[in-house]
Design a protein around this ligand. Structure first.
Ligand code: UN1
Length: 498
C-alpha cells in the first residue's frame, strides 16, 4: 500500500524550493499495523538556520507581490488538494491511524482553509477612520511580520498546518514549518502541492525533526518573529517563556478537557450520538474531544444505559477498512498514558462501566488499540476529570442543577470546547454566555469546528490568540497606523485641535 501511494521511501527537507538530503532518519510507523511507512529526517539547528536564511530572503520579495496574486497560489493549492483528496486521505490514515472517513474530513478542512484564505487576498481589511485634524487622513493596515515558525501536531497533520501556513502566506510572510515526526507525509505532500502551485522558492520551508532540536532552534532563532504552536501544555509553556524573553510573538493551542452537559430536558438519543462521536471519534485524540459528560442526576441512569448500547456498536481496527469507526492510538507512549489513567480513575473511586483496557487480540496485535472507555460517578476534582488523557475515555459526572453543570464545566484549567444538550432556549443563551471556553456547541458534541471561525480557547488552552478564522491574521500580521497630512503645514495632534 505505502509503495503505491507514496513516491518516496525517505523524506527530505524542503528548503529554498529544493529537496535536501539530511543524513539521520527515523522510521514512521503506521499505528494500525506497525509497518514502516517512510523514513523521516532528524534535522539539526543547522538545517533550521539554512531554512530561516532562505526564508528571510524570499519573504522580502513575497511581501511585495500584491495580496490578490499571493492568494492565487492558495487557490491553486486548494484545487490540487481537492484533486488529490482521496490519495491524501489514505496517506493520512496510514501515518496517523484515524479512520478514512475522518481523514477525508480533515483533508476537506484544509481545502476549505485554502479557499477561505484565497478570498482573504482581496480583503485583508484594515480600517479607515477620521483623523482629528483638518486635511489629514488616517488608516490602519496589516503588514507581514517576516519569517514565521509553525510547529504542528500529529493529530491533525494537514488541517492544523493549513490553519497556520495559509494565513501566514497570504499575508506576505515566509514560513519555516516543523511538522510532527509521527506524521511527516502530510507535510511532504503539502510542500509538493505548494511547489506545483507556483509558490516562489523559499516562501515555505519544511524542516523535519524533533522538537528538542528543530523546534528549539526555531524558537531561539532571532529571525523568526512569530511562533505558532499546537501541542502539549508543557511544551507550549516552555516556548512561551522563551518567546517572552525574546519579545517574540507566540500563538499557542494546547488542548482541552472538554465537556458535554446533558440537562434533564435533553433529547437523550441526540446527546448519546453527540457524545459517542466527540468522545470516541479519532480515538479521542482531538484537542476538542469530549472527555467529560456532566449529566443531570435525573437522566444519568438512562444516559448510561443508552451510551453503553451505542458504544457496543463501535467497530475498532485499521481505519483503512471503511467499516471501522475507531482507529488506533498514535503510538506506545500515547497508549501507556491512557493505561495510566485507568489506574488513576479506579484508585480515585470512579466506576468503570465499559472498556478500560488495551485491545490485544489477533486483529490488534501489531498496532496500538484501546477499548472505548466509560467511567461513571466521577467527581469534578478527580484527575480523570481534570487532566487531558487524549484517548477514547469519557467520565460521567452527575450534577443536580444547570448552575452546578456550568460550574463543573468551568472548573478545569483548560478552556477549549464545551457543549450543552437542552431544549430550553433560556438555558441555551445563559450557557453560551457562561461557559468559559473558546468554542461552545448547543445540541451537538464538542468537535467539528469550521475553519472560518476562530479556533482556540481560554485559560490553559492558549495565550489569547486563535487559529483559523479571520482572527488567525492577527497572529501573522502587525498592525500599522498610517497618517497622511495633506494640509501642507505642521499640524500637531492633541494640540492644534480647536
Ligand atoms: C484538534 O483537535 O486539534 O473541531 C483540531 C474539530 C476539528 C479540529 C480539531 N475541526 O474537532
Amino acid at each position: 500500500m505505502s509503495q503505491t501511494l507514496l513516491d518516496v521511501k525517505k523524506l527530505e527537507n524542503f528548503i529554498g524550493g529544493e529537496w535536501l538530503e539530511t543524513g539521520n532518519t527515523t522510521p514512521v510507523n503506521n499505528p494500525a499495523t506497525g509497518e514502516t511507512v517512510v523514513e523521516v529526517p532528524l534535522s539539526t539547528a543547522e538545517h533550521v538556520n539554512q531554512a530561516v536564511a532562505t526564508a528571510k530572503k524570499a519573504q522580502k520579495e513575497w511581501a511585495l507581490v500584491p495580496a490578490p496574486q499571493r492568494a492565487e497560489v492558495l487557490l491553486r493549492v486548494g484545487n490540487l488538494m481537492k484533486e488529490r483528496k482521496e490519495r491524501l486521505s489514505q496517506l493520512l490514515t496510514m501515518e496517523n491511524g484515524k479512520v478514512l472517513e475522518e481523514a477525508r474530513g480533515e483533508v476537506q478542512e484544509g481545502i476549505d482553509m485554502a479557499f477561505y484564505m484565497a478570498g482573504e487576498g482581496r480583503r485583508l481589511f484594515g480600517h479607515t477612520t477620521p483623523a482629528e485634524l483638518n486635511d489629514k487622513f488616517a488608516m490602519s493596515v496589516r503588514s507581514p511580520v517576516g519569517v514565521v515558525g509553525i510547529i504542528t501536531p500529529w493529530n491533525f497533520p494537514i488541517a492544523i498546518a493549513t490553519w497556520k501556513s495559509f494565513p501566514a502566506i497570504v499575508a506576505g510572510n515566509a514560513v519555516v514549518w516543523k511538522p510532527a515526526t509521527e506524521t511527516p507525509i502530510m507535510a511532504y505532500e503539502l510542500a509538493k502541492i505548494f511547489e506545483e502551485a507556483g509558490l516562489p522558492k523559499g516562501v515555505l520551508n519544511v524542516v523535519f525533526g524533533k522538537g528538542s532540536s528543530v523546534g528549539d532552534a526555531m524558537v531561539h532563532h532571532d529571525d523568526i518573529r512569530v511562533i505558532s504552536f499546537t501541542g502539549s501544555n508543557d511544551t507550549g509553556r516552555n516556548i512561551a517563556a522563551e518567546c517572552g524573553r525574546q519579545l517574540k510573538k507566540v500563538s499557542l493551542e494546547m488542548g482541552g478537557k472538554n465537556a458535554v452537559i446533558v440537562m434533564d430536558d435533553a433529547d437523550l438519543n441526540l446527546a448519546v450520538e453527540g457524545i459517542v462521536w466527540s468522545a470516541f471519534g479519532t480515538s479521542g485524540q482531538r484537542c476538542t474531544a469530549c472527555s467529560r459528560v456532566i449529566v443531570h442526576e435525573d437522566v444519568k441512569e438512562e444516559l448510561e444505559k443508552r451510551l453503553l448500547a451505542e458504544m457496543e456498536k463501535l467497530t475498532i481496527g485499521n481505519g483503512l477498512d471503511e467499516s471501522i469507526k475507531v482507529g488506533p492510538i498514535i503510538n506506545k507512549a500515547g497508549l501507556d498514558k491512557i493505561k495510566k489513567y485507568m489506574e488513576i480513575g479506579k484508585n480515585e473511586g470512579a466506576k468503570l462501566l465499559a472498556g478500560g483496557e488495551e485491545l490485544t487480540g489477533e486483529n490488534f496485535k501489531d498496532g496500538y488499540y484501546f477499548a472505548p472507555t466509560l467511567f461513571t460517578d466521577a467527581t469534578p476534582d478527580m484527575r480523570i476529570s481534570q487532566e487531558e488523557i487524549f484517548g477514547p475515555v469519557v467520565s460521567l459526572i452527575p450534577v443536580k442543577s444547570f448552575e452546578e453543570a456550568i460550574e463543573v464545566n468551568n472548573g478545569v484549567s483548560y478552556g477549549l470546547s464545551s457543549s450543552i444538550f437542552t431544549r430550553d432556549a433560556n438555558r441555551v443563551f445563559q450557557a453560551q454566555r457562561d461557559l468559559d471556553t473558546g468554542i461552545v456547541y448547543v445540541n451537538a458534541g464538542t468537535t467539528g469546528a469550521e475553519i472560518h471561525l476562530p479556533f482556540g480557547g481560554t485559560k490553559g488552552t492558549g495565550n489569547g490568540h486563535r487559529d483559523s478564522g479571520v482572527q488567525a491574521l492577527d497572529v501573522f500580521t502587525e498592525w500599522k497606523a498610517v497618517y497622511v497630512d495633506y494640509s501642507g503645514k505642521l499640524q500637531r495632534a492633541q494640540i492644534d485641535v480647536d
